[in-house]
Design a protein around this ligand. Structure first.
Ligand code: F6R
Length: 624
C-alpha cells in the first residue's frame, strides 16, 4: 500500500524522507512525491509518476540519489529541516504526476499526504465545489487537503484544523500535513490506516511502517485510531478527536530490517493471510452508504444492467476460483446465467458471445497476458467488459470499459491469498449492486450488507484457528496426496485450498465436488489419506456427511471445515475446524479459505519450502 514519511530535525529532511520511502519500496507503489519547507518559509513540492529514481532525478538533478549533489541542501542551497513524502499506490485516479501526493489546500498553505480511502470524498467534493473550490487531481487526498484548508482558514492552529477535518471524513485513512504558517511542526492523524511515530533526540518522524524508521530510531509509537499527533523537533504530542491529550506509549523495536518489512511475520504470505480482516474492510470501504445500500460508483449505468442477459467471467488460477464464486452468486441471487472461463482457453475456444453479455475479467496484477488477450478479443467483438482488478493503472484496469478495484493493497507473496478474498467480496458487491438496480425479488440487501459489515471481525476470529491448523499441518506434512472436497460454494473454495497446497508445499491434490468422488477419484483413497472437506453449507450438509463417510470407509482421515453452531460433523470427522457463521452461504464458504491457506502455509513451512517464491512460479504471468 502507499508509503508515508515525515521528518523534522537537524538533518537534511528531504534526504531522510526519501530514504524512508526507499525502505518502503518493497510494498509496491506507482508514483512518489515530497514537500519541504525551505529557509524562506515557502513550500517546495516535487512529484513524479513512476519509481523513486524519477523523483530523485528531479530533486537532485543527477542520477536520482542525494549523493549526486544539487537539490535541497546541496552546495549553497538551504538545508530543509521539515519534509513529508509519499509513495502512492493508485486508488482514486491513475498513477500520474497530478495525482501523486502531496496535495495542497485551496490557498496553498497546507501540504498533505494520505494513505487509505476517504469514503465520503464525493459528498465533500460536492460541498467544496459548491463553495467555489476547484481541484487539480482526481484524488480523494486533494479533497481532504481542501477540507483541512477550510478549517485552517478559520484561524485555528494546524492540529485543530486537522482534528476538525478528520471529524468530517469517513473511511480508513492516515494523514500527514504541514503548513507554511507554522514552520516548526507537522501534524499526523490516524483512522484505521497504519501510522507509526519515531522518537529521536532533537528530531522526530513518522511513517506508515516500521522499516522506514529503523535507521533513525528504534523507539516508536504505534498511533491508535482516532488520534492526532503533533511532531516538533523536541517532542511529540498526541490527542484524541475531542482534543484531549493522550499519553505517548512507545516501544522498542529490535527487529532487523527484513523482519520489519514482513511486519514481524516470517513470510509475506503469512503476513498477507493475517491482513485479510483489514483487506475485507478495504474492499468494502466507500461501497456501502449510510442507508445500508451498496454503492459502486465505477460500474455501468443502471440501464446497462437491465440489458445484460449473460455474464462470462474470465480469469486464471486463483482469480478463476474467485470467478467460480461469482458464478455461484450471480446465478443464485440474480438468476443471471454465468459461465467461468480460463483465460487461456477462452481465446482459442471460439466462444459464443451474446451481444448483450458482459465479460468480467478478474485479476490481481491486471497484467496476466492470457486474461489481457481474452479482454482484447472481447473488445474486438464489441462485448461490454468489466475488470475486477487489484493494481490500479494496470493494463486490464485501463483497457476494460469499467473497473472495480479490489483495494487489497500490494500482494507480494507469489501465492495469492488476500487478493482472492477481496475479489470474492467485490463480486458479491457487484451482485448486490445489480440486484439493487434490477430490484431482484427475494434479495435482502439489508441482510447481505449487515453480513458484509460483520465479515472482517469473523475473519479475525477465524484466524485464531492457526494453532490447530498448524498441528494438523505438522501431522500431514509428509502426505503424498490430499483431497479437497465440498459442495456448492464449498467446492469452489476447496479448489482454492488445493491450489495453495500444490503451489507452495508441492503436494499433489485432488479437488472435486464431494458428490463426484464416487465417480472415480475415490479409487485414490487409501488408509490414512487426508481429505479436507469444506462443509459450511447447511443446505447440503447431510449429503456432505454421507461423502465424509464414503472417504472414511476407505480408511481416509477427514478434516471438516464447518460453521460454529453446526455439530453434524462433531464426532464424525477426525478433526473439525469451525469458522464463525453468517446468514450467507457464500460468506461462510469464503471464510473457510482462511484455515486452508494457513494449512498450506504451515505444511510448506514444515517441509522447508521457499514459501514466498515457490519454484517454477511467478507473481505476474506476462507470457502465454
Ligand atoms: C495462485 C496465483 C495465480 C494467479 C494467476 C492470475 O496463488 O497467484 O494462480 O491467481 O496467475 O493472476 P492475476 O490475478 O494477477 O491475473
Amino acid at each position: 500500500m502507499c508509503g508515508i514519511a515525515g521528518y523534522i530535525g537537524p538533518r537534511n529532511a528531504v534526504e531522510v524522507v526519501y530514504d524512508q520511502l526507499k525502505r518502503l519500496e518493497y510494498r509496491g507503489y506507482d508514483s512518489a512525491g515530497v514537500a519541504y519547507l525551505n529557509g524562506g518559509g515557502t513550500i517546495h513540492v516535487v512529484k513524479r509518476a513512476g519509481k523513486l529514481g524519477e523523483l530523485g532525478k528531479v530533486l537532485w538533478d543527477g542520477d536520482g540519489t542525494p549523493e549526486s549533489g544539487g537539490g535541497p541542501g546541496g552546495e549553497g542551497i538551504d538545508v530543509p529541516h521539515l519534509a513529508i513524502a509519499h509513495s502512492r499506490w493508485a486508488t482514486h485516479g491513475g498513477p500520474t504526476d497530478e495525482n501523486a501526493h502531496p496535495h495542497f489546500d485551496r490557498y496553498g498553505d497546507v501540504a498533505l499526504i494520505h494513505n487509505g480511502i476517504i469514503e465520503n470524498y464525493l459528498d465533500l467534493k460536492g460541498e467544496l465545489a459548491a463553495a467555489g473550490h476547484s481541484f487539480e487531481s482526481e484524488t480523494d487526498t486533494e479533497v481532504a487537503a481542501h477540507v483541512i484548508g477550510q478549517e485552517y482558514a478559520k484561524g485555528v492552529p494546524l492540529e485543530e484544523a486537522v482534528r476538525q477535518a478528520v471529524r468530517r471524513m469517513r473511511g480508513a485513512f492516515a494523514f500527514v500535513a504541514f503548513s507554511k504558517r507554522e514552520r516548526d511542526k507537522f501534524v499526523a492523524a490516524r483512522n484505521a490506516s497504519p501510522l507509526i511515530v519515531g522518537l529521536g533526540q532533537g528530531e522526530n518522524m513518522v511513517a506508515s511502517d516500521i522499516p522506514a524508521l529503523i535507521p533513525y530510531t528504534r523507539e516508536v509509537v504505534a498511533v491508535e485510531d482516532d488520534r492526532i499527533a503533533v511532531l516538533e523537533r523536541d517532542g511529540v504530542r498526541l490527542m484524541d478527536l475531542e482534543g484531549k491529550p493522550v499519553p505517548l506509549e512507545s516501544f522498542h523495536v529490535d527487529w532487523d530490517v527484513e523482519a520489519a518489512e514482513k511486519g514481524g511475520y516470517e513470510h509475506f504470505m503469512l503476513k498477507e493471510i493475517h491482513e485479510q480482516p483489514d483487506v475485507i474492510r478495504g474492499a468494502l470501504a466507500g461501497r456501502i452508504d449510510d442507508k445500508g445500500r451498496v454503492r459502486l460508483d465505477q460500474v455501468f449505468g443502471d440501464h446497462v444492467w437491465q440489458d445484460i442477459d449473460r455474464v462470462n467471467i474470465i480469469a486464471c488460477g486463483t482469480a478463476y476460483h474467485a470467478g467460480l464464486m461469482g458464478k455461484f452468486l450471480f446465478e443464485r441471487l440474480l438468476q443471471l446465467p454465468t459461465d467461468v472461463f480460463f483465460s487461456s482457453e477462452f481465446r482459442y475456444g471460439d466462444p459464443i458471445l451474446s451481444p448483450k453479455s458482459l465479460a468480467v475479467f478478474v485479476s490481481q496484477s491486471g497484467e496476466t497476458l492470457d486474461s489481457l488477450a481474452a479482454l482484447r478479443l472481447c473488445k474486438q467483438r464489441r462485448i461490454r467488459t468489466l475488470g475486477v482488478v487489484n493494481v490500479v493503472g494496470s493494463s486490464i484496469a485501463r483497457e476494460c470499459d469499467r473497473t472495480v478495484f479490489t483495494q487489497a493493497g500490494p500482494e507480494i507473496s507469489v501465492a495469492s491469498t488476500k487478493a482472492y478474498t477481496a475479489q470474492c467480496l467485490v463480486l458479491m458487491l457487484l451482485a448486490l449492486h445489480i440486484a439493487q438496480v434490477k430490484e431482484t425479488p427475494g434479495v435482502r440487501i439489508d441482510e447481505a450488507v449487515a453480513d458484509l459489515r460483520a465479515f472482517a471481525e469473523k475473519a479475525e476470529v477465524c484466524l485464531r484457528l492457526e494453532d490447530e491448523v498448524k498441528a494438523l499441518a505438522e501431522r500431514f506434512k509428509g502426505a503424498p496426496l490430499v483431497f479437497f472436497l465440498g459442495r456448492n460454494a464449498d467446492a469452489h473454495v476447496a479448489r482454492e485450498g488445493a491450489l495453495k497446497l500444490k503451489e507452495i508445499a508441492y503436494i499433489p491434490t485432488q479437488e472435486s465436488p464431494a458428490g463426484e468422488m464416487k465417480h472415480g477419484p475415490l479409487a485414490l483413497v487409501e488408509q490414512g489419506t487426508l481429505a479436507i472437506f469444506g462443509a459450511t453449507d447447511a443446505d447440503v450438509r447431510e449429503k456432505t456427511v454421507s461423502n465424509v463417510r464414503e472417504v472414511q470407509a476407505r480408511g481416509g482421515f477427514v478434516v471438516a471445515v464447518t460453521t460454529e453452531g453446526d455439530d453434524s460433523l462433531d464426532g464424525v470427522a477426525e478433526a473439525v475446524l469451525k469458522v464463525p457463521a453468517s446468514r450467507s452461504a457464500y460468506l461462510n464458504a469464503l471464510l473457510s479459505v482462511l484455515p486452508m491457506q494457513l494449512f498450506a502455509y504451515y505444511v510448506a513451512k514444515a517441509k522447508g519450502c521457499e514459501i514466498d517464491q515457490p519454484r517454477n512460479l511467478a507473481k505476474s504471468v506476462t507470457v502465454e
